[in-house]
Design a protein around this ligand. Structure first.
Ligand code: ARG
Ligand code: GLU
Length: 733
């Protein structure tokens, strides 16, 4: 490996790592601190601001108006008084927690009419990026080339911990992480200021905020009003502070002006947010595994579960409510994987990567990179049966609700056992509090489980997915416990009868009366034994092998990544997404999903009325919206569509490269003003986590004018508009 680096000067490597060079189409999730390298391209596509307006450590810039919302969404500040916008599906958990039978904010929506009515949310934080910085030298200080990977990891960890400590000492609410980019060819420090008093201000009813539900999820044309509103609070000095009634609205360094200029095909768009995870540089073998092996297997297992859920949900309103959120979770990735596998096949990505690898290998002759692909290939060969088993286990045995529940109840016994082992049992007060923790743990876990549990679904799913497990995995990759069980019972169905009939966990009364003395009732329970035997087998026979091979693969990818950059010195590389702040830019554009079909880039209220159907849960809109539509009472939000109808804009699509985590991201126009909120991608383009296709990859955005229309006309919360600043035409009220 000595020769690597002689090929390219250090300067050339750091240039390639920094992402200068030519980029194609609208692919890319760029690092904001290096955006000066792309600003000319952005400007040539219509952007009218400068790099310092996007990211600066010297002045307020757009980055100061963007937050990581919770630990998996994005949000943006839209007023000088800390008003924050994100998606309805990002604020869903908070809205749900404040809901009860008397106040069902998920169903009816919620609007704080005064600041006093804004609702605090324990555990919710938003993080502003203070700065980011290349710290590769500092993190690798002490690393020498003949170290093993685990020695290198120790160096990286020690240096990262020291750096994080150093930069977070001064100032309130500081949080820092050091993240590997390009498989550890580069390290960046991200310093955040985290605010923890974030209050719910408003949310539309789900019939607007989740309109279309899972029927329309990942699809275009779309009509979901997917937004919710929060406000950030700070102490009197504008610093982060835990919730207190004395806190005051946060004064941002920067907030977005709201564009009223509208959205037109071809308009420049810029998404500023936190995409979670992509794998753009993996080799053909890794892609083939995803599209031909992993995705199809996972889709098939989830199809079985979804069909069973649907059957019972259609029969009973109560079951439909119990399983709607679970069903949404199962369906979300299920639909995404279909688009992903289909997109990879349509594009011929495996063959295209093989061809690229052939050229790479020819070039690599004599560079030191010649062995990296063959070694990766053979590691993939070794990994595949283990990885497949891991994924299969997750989607089958790990999905049995009753077994998971039994295992979480067992945790209470383990906790209590630890307490007994600690020798503190002689102190009566301590014993009391350990017992209280035990009983309240059981009761909390049990109540939330039974509220949404319907055993016939679980049992039928058990039979379906465990039968597939028995059929689809080689015997060597099945736990002995499982093979013995099948032999003993004769069939999975008979086993399921016995397990669901004999387990105490189907009996809520029994579970709620468990005492610390009952540990045998749990450890001997068939549901517990089933879940636990699989978990032990997985931890012993499967997980360690996956972990070992995967870490060898990552190590080789570090080399392959560097090799790809040297092989194509003209190409602009961007680091894979890792939930750090990125810039993606593109334009408003329709697409053709199939021969003879063209999708326009924007949707309107007319589409909502076309879908409206009180009989179909996902399409049943509030009466208020029907009335507004029939009276065309749109006020200043009225537009004229291509057919000459007076209507209201709802959603639009664009060519930005986004991923999970970009939900809630600001969609910014050429002048840096807010034109929408990102919330999804079209399913035909979900392979963009692996390969971006400019013809099919579209992100789905909510038009900011629909948000304002809902607040103003449907919610009657127009006072919120008074604190916003508008840009463009039609600004007076
Ligand atoms: N597909 C979007 C995402 O991945 C939205 C999911 C929430 N909406 C839903 N209908 N399940 O997060
Ligand atoms: N809905 C996704 C999210 O929650 C964004 C869609 C995507 O994966 O691009 O982040």
């Amino acid at each position: 490996m000595k020769k690597i680096g002689q090929i390219m000067t250090a300067a050339a490597i750091s240039m390639a790592l920094a992402g200068s060079g030519t980029a194609y189409a609208d692919e890319g999730m760029w690092l904001p601190s290096l955006i000066s390298q792309r600003i000319e391209d952005m400007q040539s596509k219509g952007f009218r601001l400068d790099a310092e307006d996007i990211y600066s450590i010297n002045q307020a810039s757009l980055k100061d108006a963007v937050v990581l919302f919770g630990r998996g969404c994005t949000g943006e500040v839209i007023s000088p008084e800390g008003l924050l916008l994100t998606n309805h599906h990002c604020g869903y958990g908070q809205i749900q927690k404040h809901s009860s039978v008397e106040h069902d904010y998920l169903r009816d929506g919620f609007w704080a009419m005064t600041r006093d009515e804004e609702l605090p949310n324990e555990g919710l934080t938003v993080s502003f990026l203070e700065r980011m910085e290349d710290v590769t030298d500092r993190i690798l200080d002490g690393y020498v080339t003949d170290m093993t990977e685990s020695q290198r990891d120790s160096v990286v960890k020690a240096n990262s911990d020291a750096l994080v400590k150093e930069v977070t000492t001064e100032g309130k609410g500081l949080r820092a992480t050091v993240e590997a980019l390009y498989y550890g060819n580069q390290y960046f420090l991200f310093l955040y200021r985290e605010y923890s008093d974030v209050r719910l201000v408003g949310a539309p009813p789900s019939s607007i905020g989740k309109f279309g539900g899972d029927t329309d999820n990942w699809m275009w044309p779309r009509h979901t009003g997917d937004f919710s509103i929060f406000r950030i609070y700070a102490d009197k000095d504008n610093n982060p502070a835990p919730y207190s009634p004395d806190n005051v609205p946060y004064t941002p360094k920067k907030f977005f002006r709201i564009s009223l200029n509208g959205v037109h095909e071809g308009d420049f768009t810029f998404i500023y947010g936190f995409p979670g995870s992509t794998r753009e540089y993996i080799m053909s073998e890794g892609v083939r595994y995803i599209s031909d092996v992993s995705d199809p297997a996972k889709i098939a297992l989830r199809t079985q579960r979804l069909d069973i859920q649907k059957k019972y949900m259609d029969r009973s309103q109560a079951v439909r409510i119990q399983y709607s959120s679970k069903n949404a979770g199962v369906a979300n990735a299920w639909k995404k994987w279909q688009g992903e596998a289909g997109g990879i096949r349509r594009l011929g990505t495996v063959a295209a990567k093989q061809e690229y690898e052939k050229r790479f290998s020819e070039w690599a002759e004599g560079t030191g990179y010649e062995t990296v692909l063959p070694r990766l290939d053979s590691l993939y060969g070794a990994l595949e049966p283990y990885m497949f088993t891991q994924e299969y286990y997750t989607e089958s045995a790990r999905s049995i609700e009753l077994c998971n529940f039994a295992m979480s109840i067992w945790k209470q016994f383990k906790e209590y056992g630890r307490f007994l082992g600690s020798g503190k049992a002689s102190d009566a007060a301590v014993t009391d509090s350990a017992e209280n923790a035990f009983f309240s743990g059981i009761s909390k876990t049990a109540k939330s489980f039974y509220k949404d549990y319907y055993a016939p679904i679980d049992k039928e799913s058990f039979i379906a997915v465990m039968s597939s497990f028995a059929e689809d995995l080689p015997e060597d990759f099945q736990p002995a416990y499982f093979k013995d069980g099948i032999a003993k019972y004769g069939s999975i169905a008979v086993w399921a009868d016995s397990l669901f009939c004999n387990s105490i966990f189907t009996d809520s009364t029994r579970v709620l009366t468990l005492t610390p003395a009952d540990s045998a009732a749990v450890s001997d329970d068939p549901a517990f034994i089933f879940g636990n035997s699989f978990a032990e087998w997985f931890a012993k026979d499967i997980a360690p092998v996956c972990k070992r091979i995967n870490s060898e693969i990552t190590l080789l990818y570090r080399t392959y990544m560097k090799g790809q950059m040297e092989f194509e010195p003209e190409k602009a590389f961007y680091p894979d997404a890792n939930l750090t702040l990125r810039v993606a830019y593109g334009k408003v554009q329709g697409y053709s999903p199939a021969d003879g079909v063209y999708y326009e880039p924007s949707s309107t209220l007319e589409g909502i009325m076309e879908k409206d159907n009180p009989e179909i849960f996902d399409y049943d809109i509030p009466q208020r919206l029907r009335d507004i539509h029939s009276e065309k009472d749109y006020g200043r939000w009225a537009v004229t569509d291509a057919q000459g109808n007076t209507t209201v804009p709802v959603c639009f699509i664009a060519t930005n490269h986004t991923s999970g985590g970009n939900s809630g991201s600001p969609v910014i126009n050429a002048d840096g003003d807010l034109m929408g909120i990102n919330f999804d991608r079209v399913w035909e383009g979900t392979m963009s986590d692996i390969v971006f296709d400019p013809d099919y990859c579209r992100n789905i955005c909510l038009d900011i004018r629909y948000v304002l229309f809902i607040i103003d006309k449907v919610a009657g919360a127009g006072h919120l508009l008074d604190e916003m600043v508008f840009a463009g035409i039609n600004t007076e009220k």
